[in-house]
Design a protein. Structure first.
Length: 402
């Protein structure tokens, strides 16, 4: 499917450098997993010099709109280099079409990307594999390729335009949220960008936080000026490029935040009551608490609030002698996204045999998480002893995060 009748739009970033990306208000779930209530943008850039380079393409259904944006500046057939910072199809989906038009172009990418391109598209253009920090002259402008492995795939690189000090940073420093004609940080409500870029980082890139940290160190270590950060999703930072570097640094840092995130399931309200009792105790101890009922919060918001929490609290009813299925699903995300190890507190209710908390504890301990004592297990209404156990658990949590 192609979207034929859409408004075209490019934006000049600086002389000879243009945004030619597109907004997506069509995809409900990024990666068919993560909600996009404000849409998303697929950013692509054109650098026009003696030679013409396009940096990244867009998701395939937006190919026509993207080509129209390019045509406002140059004939796509005249493109000399197609720089693929990252092979994921949200950035390479239009490659087959541009390859048909720009028959003499050369694809520029890393060695790992070359193997992926053959498998995904195999468009048959000339190719140039670039080493880390290799340069390519376009005439008066020079592109320098900076390998940033695992931000977000192993083949990923960023591209630095030296003369204009533009870092085309790929998925690093990206955000959910369509741009709607406001392409720059000084044109956009940054409260929305702060929340959407944190949700983007937490859902897409949590597994690779240490690579984000490495990429930030590497970019800083280049010792070059950065006037613009132009990522592959979300706004271009020209007013304050350090804002996004500092935020991504903080959000991917191994130093966790001082808040607690309680995630609980509840079938008939007994576990909900325990969750609220624990929350009350924590708040009275001066602890910042985020809380999610796993049946009603979406997984992206649960992950975003949990990934930086100093302590995660899981509350589960026993369901068929196991933890509540949606709590299991969150634990699976923690594992799959390689959540940093940190203390976990557990509580739960059961009608008769129990097993939910016990099985969670066993699984988490096998996966090297420290489990805080006491584990609070009640039938329905907590006994006086169990109420005391909740107070003790709250104190033990507070000692860690305060
Ligand atoms: Fe936006 Fe990893 O692709």
């Amino acid at each position: 499917m192609h979207l034929e009748e859409t408004e075209t739009m490019h934006r000049k970033i600086t002389d000879g450098v243009y945004y030619v990306g597109v907004d997506d208000h069509h995809t409900a779930l990024f990666e068919n997993l993560w909600p996009l209530p404000f849409g998303v943008s697929y950013n692509s850039y054109l650098v026009v010099d003696d030679k013409i380079a396009v940096i990244d393409t867009v998701k395939n259904i937006f190919t026509q709109e993207w080509l129209d944006n390019i045509r406002e500046i140059v004939d796509p057939e005249k493109i000399d280099y197609i720089v693929l910072n990252h092979m994921e199809p949200d950035h390479t989906g239009a490659l087959p079409k541009i390859a048909e038009l720009a028959k003499n172009a050369t694809i520029v990418f890393t060695q790992k990307a070359a193997g992926m391109e053959e498998s995904f598209y195999n468009v048959g253009l000339k190719t140039k594999v670039v080493e880390d920090l290799e340069e390519l002259s376009l005439g008066k402008k020079t592109l320098k390729f900076v390998h940033v492995q695992f931000v977000h795939w192993p083949e990923t690189m960023a591209t630095y335009l030296a003369e204009d000090e533009v870092l085309f940073s790929c998925d690093a420093f990206g955000s959910f949220g369509a741009l709607n004609g406001k392409h720059f940080d000084d044109e956009i409500d940054m409260r929305m960008i702060e929340s959407e870029s944190k949700r983007y980082l937490s859902t897409i890139i949590t597994s690779y936080f240490k690579f984000v940290q490495r990429a930030i160190e590497k970019v800083k270590g280049l010792g070059v000026g950065i006037k613009f950060i132009a990522p592959s999703h979300g706004p271009i930072y020209r007013k304050d490029p350090t804002w996004v570097i500092d935020h991504f640094d903080k959000w991917s840092s191994p130093e966790l935040d001082k808040h607690v995130t309680i995630i609980f399931g509840s079938m008939y309200g007994y576990n909900l009551r325990l969750a609220h009792t624990l929350k009350k105790e924590l708040v009275e101890l001066g602890v910042e608490v985020k809380i999610h009922n796993i049946s009603y919060s979406t997984m992206d918001n649960v992950i975003t609030d949990a990934v930086r929490a100093g302590v995660i609290v899981l509350g589960t009813p026993t369901y068929d002698a196991f933890p509540f299925p949606k709590i299991w699903a969150f634990v699976n995300e923690m594992e799959g996204k390689r959540f940093q190890k940190r203390p976990i507190a557990l509580f739960g209710t059961h009608g008769w045999g129990g097993g939910g908390v016990r099985k969670l504890k066993k699984y988490l301990e096998e996966n090297k998480f420290e489990i805080l004592e006491p584990n609070v297990r009640c039938r329905a209404t907590p006994t006086e002893e169990e109420r005391q156990a909740i107070k003790t658990l709250a104190k033990n949590i507070a000692e860690i995060v305060k």
